[in-house]
Design a protein around this ligand. Structure first.
Ligand code: MSP
Length: 644
């Protein structure tokens, strides 16, 4: 199978921002997913460099339009590798090959009788670079740019778009997945229920010179949209290139809702006039706002992807954007939201699963993938993976990335519970259970192999680290092809694990939390209080203690202390508790456990770490030595349940 996926070509009047990054991450993730499924893929992006807007921006900087375009286009080209985005082709509308093809197509459409000369007057929005209809205005203003359009009367060339209106309606009706999600398909059909006007496709040189000259009239340049849309053909060598034969029939375009009309109406009708088949699918996503406000230069809240990579890492940025936005709807970006996802989904869930599993393999099997004991086999992880794979594939194929990731995270949470239920640390103490121990550890390793596979399109870097951590090459054949490697049990036993690297270190929230009083400052002891003799406490007094069930989501040793562990727990809000149980429990056996905590202890600092609460443990004496034992709580209790 073959796949051809494109992004819009971005105007060079602005530098790359989160919106451009999102569309391009989507196209990259999809192209990696189709490669994983065995397709030959071509992925194209690029820059749109002609037209009013660019000429004006260059004028403001007092440079020639081409020199200006060279500079900004290079910024886009250099940004993509920072985001692990790997297009096969980067096209520019100033490429001579593109210019020649646009002229060829204009001549073809002209010869076809679909271009005519006429006098026109209309309402022109410079921001949109198109004429708007009265109906599109809101309170007399362009709804996107909030400015009144200019009344312009001039002679121009027109494309007979109206001729193809019925054919286009039929095509959309006959091909339900031509435009998706459905809300955009409906929007286009509703627009097409009114008579379609022809499209003005030229600008007189007296008004604009920065464009491609019409082949049949040197007094005019081509309207920027007629020029730009053709990039999807020139990039694959239309009309005679081998790539054009190979890829055109499977073309898929990703765009945001702002440019739906040019892609869903102008472009298909242009293709009809050229006698070419239409692209296969158009995927339309919503807009990123920032802290619930429209992203704009004038507000000064434009988010730059390179900065996000520096602050959070490329995998976190890719994961966050794909997980947070429901494809088709708007989403809001905030730095707190990205940190919250990094800590919970990445550091706690997948990060812990990986580090605990690898640590146990290092500890209990000397860093080798063990041979599973088939007589001790159990299939719950295998089942979880096998249920997830088709849901994941279907969601990735239909651009519902958030759903694909939800399905993957269900497996991750299942696997974390699998560790808690099977207690490999207990199995390791009993020589009679070695078969079972090996099976549990093998299952975890194979589950991680498959997780690394499905996460490859989303987070190529982290997925490679995971594969490496299992002793596999990042592009090992075991993770190369989706249908085959979807099979369970392909990880060969005996493989040696290299020392593991942590996948996702946790991040502190950026805004300082409300300052909490610190009872015991580091190194100092609080003044000892004389306890009054009491004969018992009342129920009201007992009720002042906020006892709760807490889930341990992360655990690590406190440096330079054998006794202290730093626990991240959910009560259900997330907090840190430093507990003195390090000599009795290892961090990996704690994650996923439900424990009892005093949630309203006065905050304290232990070894410099703020601790908000106290974990309850029973003090047992075994062979004359004190042993701390955590009380066990089972389901249906969950994080946050009050204990009374
Ligand atoms: N040059 C035209 C496209 C021609 S394609 C033949 C253009 N360029 S643009 O630079 O304005 O890019 C628009 C695209 O950038 C949107 O369709 C979307 O892909 C992306 N985004 C720009 N801002 C965005 C958000 N705030 N949110 C999400 N994506 C947005 O239009």
């Amino acid at each position: 199978m073959t796949t051809y996926i494109t992004t819009p070509i971005y105007y060079v009047n602005a530098q790359p921002h989160l919106g451009h990054a999102y569309t391009t991450i989507v196209a990259d993730a999809y192209s990696r997913f189709r490669r994983l499924a065995g397709d030959t893929v071509r992925f194209q992006t690029g820059t749109d460099e002609h037209g009013d807007k660019i000429a004006e921006a260059a004028g403001r900087e007092d440079v020639a339009p081409k020199a200006y375009a060279d500079r900004i286009s290079a910024l886009f080209r250099q940004t993509w590798p920072l985001l692990d985005i790997a297009p096969d082709n980067f096209i520019r509308t100033t490429d001579p090959q593109h210019v020649a093809t646009v002229r060829l197509i204009l001549q073809l459409v002209y010869d076809q009788g679909d271009i005519y000369f006429d006098e026109y007057s209309g309402l022109y929005c410079r921001g949109c670079e198109r004429f708007l209809t009265e109906k599109e205005l809101v309170d007399g203003l362009c709804p996107d740019h909030q400015v009144p359009p200019q009344e312009i009367a001039e002679q121009n060339y027109f494309f007979r778009m109206s001729r193809y209106q019925d054919q286009l309606i039929r095509h959309i009706q006959d091909n339900p997945d031509f435009i998706s999600p459905e809300r955009y398909r409906n929007e286009v059909l509703s627009f097409l229920s009114e008579p379609l006007e022809d499209l003005c496709i030229s600008r007189p040189k007296s008004r604009l010179t920065w464009g491609i000259e019409l082949p049949f009239d040197a007094g005019f340049v081509t309207y920027v949209w007629f020029d730009a849309l053709i990039n999807y053909l020139t990039g694959i060598g239309y009309p005679d290139g081998a790539s054009f034969q190979q890829f055109w029939s499977v073309a898929e375009h990703v765009i945001a809702k702002d440019i739906l009309k040019p892609h869903a109406i102008y472009w298909p009708t242009m293709l009809m006039s050229m006698g070419l088949p239409l692209y296969r699918r158009l995927h339309v996503h919503g807009y990123w706002n920032v802290d619930d406000t429209k992203m704009s230069k004038s507000i000064g809240n434009v988010v730059r992807p390179a900065q996000l990579v520096e602050d959070f890492g490329v995998d976190t940025l890719r994961y966050f954007t794909l997980r947070e936005m429901s494809f088709g709807l708007d989403a809001s970006f905030s730095r707190d939201a990205i940190i919250a996802r990094k800590n919970s989904d990445l550091a706690n869930d997948i990060g812990n699963l990986f580090s605990r599993s690898v640590a146990m393999l290092q500890k209990y099997t000397g860093g080798r993938i063990p041979e599973p004991d088939l007589t001790a086999s159990d299939s719950s992880l295998q089942q979880a993976i096998e249920l997830m794979l088709p849901v994941y594939s279907e969601a990735m194929n239909t651009f519902q990335f958030h759903r694909a990731l939800q399905a993957v995270w269900e497996v991750i949470s299942h696997a974390n519970k699998y560790i808690v239920i099977n207690e490999p640390w207990t199995l390791a103490k009993d020589p009679g259970q070695v078969g079972r121990l090996h099976t549990v550890l093998y299952n975890l390793a194979d589950c991680l192999r498959l997780l690394a596979m499905v996460l490859r399109p989303i987070m190529p870097g982290a997925a490679a680290k995971m594969a490496n951590g299992l002793g596999l090459a990042a592009d090992h054949v075991l993770v190369a092809s989706l249908p085959e490697s979807g099979r369970w049990g392909l990880l060969p036993a005996g493989g040696h694990l290299p020392p593991a690297e942590p996948l996702f270190p946790r991040m502190e929230k950026e805004k300082p939390e409300t300052i909490v009083p610190v009872a015991k400052a580091e190194g100092k002891t609080a003044p000892t209080q004389v306890q009054p003799e009491i004969e018992g406490i009342t129920f009201e007094q007992f009720q002042q203690v906020d006892l709760r069930v807490a889930e341990i989501v992360a655990a690590e040793k406190v440096k330079k202390s054998a006794r202290l562990l730093k626990l991240t727990v959910r009560t259900p809000d997330e907090r840190t508790i430093v507990a003195g149980i390090g000599e009795h429990y290892s961090p990996e056996e704690l994650v996923g456990q439900l424990v009892l905590v005093v949630a309203n202890m006065k905050p304290a600092k232990l070894m410099g770490i703020p601790s908000q609460g106290m974990v309850l443990a029973a003090k047992a004496v075994v062979d004359g030595k004190e042993r701390l034992v955590l009380p066990t709580i089972g389901s249906p209790a969950s994080a946050g349940c009050k204990v009374a």
